[in-house]
Design a protein around this ligand. Structure first.
Ligand code: FAD
Ligand code: UDP
Length: 379
């Protein structure tokens, strides 16, 4: 029987952050176990040999946060390439800014109609306001109703049915609210204070974070297969919570993606880093990674995302599906998890939450603070 003070299951951002904190702040040993062959979890990136461009194996990742603590924390492990994300969607054959904003209005409507709608939007909601599509849909004004229907049909419906297999209104409102209608001329995808890509990639950032003499990493190993042979004082589990409990209450549903990378023997494939295709094709978006780090290369590489239902053993868990039924099922696992001693659940899979990267880091930092508090001797 092997003994380690702390076991961390999963070497994604959640696992890496909690391991780093425990080793560097508590001076305790940590073993990180991951069943994949690499560190980084879903933020894993690598240089594509053919083009020389840094690509993201599990889909496009752009870091953005308003949380200075999270930004400062990660800045210990990486330099940044400052980068404000821009996304366009093909609507009626035109490349239109997403989030749909005042500029988008003029792209899709004749000037006189756009002007009228712009005035009404500002009058009803105010300038610089973000309005979720499911709220705009409720407007009583006939012109705004027309606009809401237009945006719902052209931007959200097709994309969401492809991505999730259901309509926007059949998911938690927080999903479509991630990309609200923005009554502004701000053409950025995110408005956060800090937006950037790690200059040498996410994998390098994670590698640096866990580069500590008290941290060891075991890859290609499923914790659930070896748990009987390890003893520990604390366990941090960042894998799927339903799997941890052997699916006792049933499986938590996820969406997956089939991500196809295509190399092109030309300098650029598209006009901006990300193009969304709400109405055309079977893929949701195409991403040209050379824009992310401003890499000037002769060839290029683009990923196309084809959404799929998640199936155990066939593909990966990419997105928890936020709705009431799934939340109730998760709650059962959560209640069971809170009764376990010295076992902590964190991360997108263990919390079953549609977290962004900064939320995952914040969650791990807060959890660490509570553990550090428990360890402190009373004065
Ligand atoms: P993960 O990265 O999933 O790590 C969990 C790890 O645990 C995995 O490596 C897995 O192999 C391992 N594991 C699980 N079970 C076991 C087991 N039994 N034994 C051993 N190992 C196990 N966020 C942003 O902020 N900006 C973005 O632009 C963005 N884009 C995204 C695009 C896509 C397509 C996806 C899917 C997510 C995106 N995210 C983005 C979210 C981001 O990926 C997550 O918030 C973050 O990576 C979650 O980290 P994690 O450590 O919780 O989970
Ligand atoms: N969405 C959409 N059309 C778009 C962009 C987003 O319908 O052009 C909806 C869709 O349901 C999507 C959700 O908004 O899943 C969240 O989009 P986001 O870009 O945040 O998704 P992620 O990057 O997490 O895949």
């Amino acid at each position: 029987m092997m003994y380690v003070k702390n076991v961390v299951v999963g070497c994604g951002l959640s696992g890496a952050v909690i391991a780093e904190r425990i080793a560097s702040q508590l001076n305790e040993s940590v073993l990180i176990i991951d069943r994949r062959s690499h560190i980084g979890g879903n933020v894993y990136d690598y240089e594509d040999q053919s083009s020389g461009v840094m690509v993201h194996k599990y889909g496009p990742h752009v870091f953005h946060t308003n949380n200075k603590l999270v930004w400062d924390y990660l800045s210990q492990f990486t330099e940044w390439h400052y980068f404000m994300y821009r996304v366009k969607a093909i609507i009626d054959g035109n490349e239109v800014n997403i989030p749909f904003n005042l500029d988008s209005l003029y792209k899709v409507f004749p000037k006189s109609i756009a002007e009228k709608l712009e005035f009404k939007l500002i009058d009803e909601f105010g300038f610089n306001k973000k309005v979720p599509i499911l709220d705009l849909n409720k407007s009583n004004d006939d012109d705004l109703k027309f606009l809401a229907n237009f945006i719902y049909e052209k931007v959200f419906l097709g994309y969401t049915v492809k991505q999730w297999g259901v309509k926007p209104e059949d998911l938690d409102k927080s999903v479509s609210s991630r990309v609200p209608i923005y009554i502004s001329k701000d053409n950025r995808y995110f408005q956060d204070k800090y937006q950037a890509i790690p200059l040498h990639g996410y994998t390098k950032m994670v590698e640096k974070a866990i580069e500590h003499p008290l941290i060891s990493v075991k890859l290609n190993t499923d914790f659930l297969n070896i748990k009987k042979s390890i003893q520990y004082d604390r366990l941090f589990f960042t894998g799927p919570i339903d799997e941890f409990f052997d699916y006792e209450f049933g499986k938590l549903p996820y969406r997956s993606l089939d991500i196809k990378f295509v190399n092109y023997d030309k300098e650029y494939f598209q006009s901006c880093p990300q193009l969304n295709y709400p109405e055309n094709y079977d893929f949701t978006r195409s991403v040209e990674y050379k824009y992310y780090l401003d890499q000037y290369t002769e060839r290029t590489i683009v990923s196309f995302e084809y959404p799929r239902p998640f199936e155990i053993g066939i593909n990966e868990r990419y997105y928890p599906i936020p709705n009431d039924i799934n939340q109730q099922l998760y709650r059962k696992y959560y209640d069971k998890a809170t009764n376990l001693k010295n076992t902590y659940f964190l991360g997108r899979l263990a919390d079953y939450k549609y977290y962004n990267m900064d939320q995952v880091v914040e969650r791990a930092l807060i959890l660490f603070n509570t553990i550090e508090g428990e360890n402190k001797c009373p004065d």
